[in-house]
Design a protein around this ligand. Structure first.
Ligand code: BGC
Length: 377
C-alpha cells in the first residue's frame, strides 16, 4: 500500500516537473524588424510553444514571416514563404503571410452598392479590386501586444481603417490575434466593429510549403477540401454567382488528391485561373469552427488541417510565382512553390445577394476564427 503510494507520488512529481519544463519553453520575444521609409519602427514577435514550434509575426501587414514546425523525425523547418527584410515586403506584391482586407479577394470593377449608395474602390488587379486595394491591410503598420494563456502564446494586432480609406465607408476597428498553441496550432482570431455600414472580409494569405520554404513546388502535396461546390469565375476571376458541383471535375478534392494530378487538364476554369485560384463552398456549418481542408506532404510527413468559421476557402496554388522573388535565406520561389488556403466569404459577395453577406453595421461585431493545425504522419 505504502509502496504504491510512493510510486504514485513520484509519478505525479515527475509529471509536474516535466509540465513545468514544457511551460518554461513557452515564450514571446519582441524585437525590432527594420524601419519604414517614414521612420516608423516595425517589430517582430517570436512565439515559441511548449514543443519548440515557432511562429514569427511582424507588425507590418500582420505578416507571419516564419513558421517552424517539426517533420516526422522531429526536425523543424520554416514552412511559409517570406522575406528576410522589411525592404522586400515594401517592394514586392504577393501578399506573403499577410492579413489582407478590408475585402480579401476580388470585387468586380471595384464597385458595390450598399444602402443605395455606390462605392468605387481601386481597380488594382486588371479591371477588378483585389485584397483591399493599393494599400490594404497587408501594407499598413499595425500596433501590437503580447498575449498568453496556459496553453498558448500569441500576439494581438490592432488596426484602425479610417472612413474612406481605400474607398471603403466607415471607421473599422480591427483586432487580429495570432495564437501558437501547445498543440502546434496557429490560430487566428479576428474581431471588427464599425461606425457606419461597410463590407468586411479579411483573410490570412500565408503561402505554405510543407517540405520547407524554397524546397520545390507543391504539386505533390495531397489536398482535401471539404466542399461539394465551388464558385466558377470569368476570365478576370470574378464569380458568376453559380455554385457548381465539383463532382467529376478537377475541382473535386473531397478525397485527398495530389494538387498536380489534374492541374494540366483542358478545363476552362483551370485556364482562367492559370491553375487553381478559386473559391470552394465549404460543407461545414458557417459560424462554427469546423474542418475545411487538409494538406499532406509525404517526404516530410507534415500534415496540416485548416479549420474555420468562414463559409468559403480560396485555394490558390502560387500560379503567379515565377522565380522573380528571392525569399528568406536567398531561396528562389519558383512557379507553384507555395499554396494558400484563404478562409473567407466568397469573392464578389457585395454584388451577389445570394452569397452569404459581408455587410457589417454599427452595433454588430465581425468575428472569424481560422486555425492551421500541424501534425505528422
Ligand atoms: C488570389 C490570386 C492572387 C493572389 C495574390 C489570391 O488570393 O486569388 O489571384 O494572385 O492572391 O498573390
Amino acid at each position: 500500500m505504502f509502496k504504491s503510494y510512493v510510486v504514485l507520488l513520484s509519478i505525479t512529481m515527475l509529471m509536474l516537473v516535466s509540465c513545468g519544463k514544457e511551460a518554461s519553453l513557452m515564450k514571446v520575444e519582441r524585437a525590432p524588424f527594420g524601419k519604414l521609409p517614414d521612420g516608423r519602427q516595425v517589430e517582430q514577435f517570436t512565439l515559441v510553444n511548449s514543443q519548440g514550434a515557432k511562429a514569427m509575426v511582424i507588425t507590418y501587414g500582420a505578416i507571419v514571416n516564419r513558421l517552424y514546425m517539426p517533420d516526422r523525425n522531429g526536425n523543424f523547418a520554416d514552412i511559409v514563404l517570406g522575406f528576410d527584410k522589411i525592404d522586400n515586403y515594401l517592394k514586392e506584391p504577393p501578399y506573403f503571410g499577410a492579413i489582407v482586407g478590408r475585402y480579401g479577394n476580388r470585387i468586380g470593377k471595384g464597385q458595390f452598392t450598399l444602402d443605395g449608395k455606390t462605392y468605387q474602390l481601386a481597380t488594382n488587379n486588371g479591371p477588378n479590386h483585389l485584397h483591399g486595394g493599393v494599400a490594404g491591410f497587408d501594407k499598413v503598420l499595425w500596433s501590437a501586444e503580447t498575449v498568453k494563456s496556459d496553453s498558448a502564446v500569441g500576439v494581438k494586432l490592432f488596426y484602425l481603417s479610417r472612413d474612406g480609406e481605400e474607398g471603403y465607408p466607415g471607421n473599422l476597428k480591427l483586432e487580429v490575434t495570432y495564437w501558437l498553441t501547445n498543440l502546434n496550432q496557429l490560430r487566428i482570431d479576428y474581431l471588427a466593429t464599425t461606425d457606419q455600414a461597410t463590407i468586411v472580409n479579411p483573410t490570412h494569405h500565408g503561402y505554405f510549403n510543407l517540405a520547407g520554404h524554397g524546397e520545390g513546388d507543391i504539386l505533390g502535396h495531397e489536398l482535401m477540401i471539404a466542399a461539394d461546390y465551388f464558385t466558377p469565375v470569368d476570365e478576370t476571376l470574378i464569380p458568376s454567382g453559380e455554385l457548381r458541383p465539383v463532382q467529376g471535375t478537377p475541382f473535386d478534392f473531397t478525397t485527398p488528391t495530389a494538387i498536380g494530378a489534374r492541374i494540366g487538364e483542358a478545363d476552362q476554369q483551370l485556364q482562367y485561373g492559370q491553375g487553381y485560384d478559386h473559391n470552394w463552398v465549404l460543407t461545414k456549418e458557417t459560424g462554427k469552427l469546423g474542418l475545411a481542408a487538409s494538406v499532406y506532404e509525404a517526404s516530410s510527413g507534415r500534415y496540416m488541417e485548416v479549420y474555420t468559421t468562414e463559409p468559403g476557402m480560396q485555394f490558390y496554388c502560387g500560379n503567379f510565382l515565377d522565380g522573380t522573388f528571392t525569399g528568406k535565406e536567398g531561396k528562389r520561389y519558383n512557379h507553384r512553390y507555395g499554396l494558400c488556403l484563404e478562409a473567407q466569404h466568397y469573392p464578389e459577395s457585395p454584388n451577389k445577394p445570394d452569397f452569404p453577406s459581408v455587410v457589417l453595421r454599427p452595433g454588430e461585431t465581425y468575428t472569424q476564427t481560422t486555425m492551421y493545425q500541424f501534425s505528422v504522419r
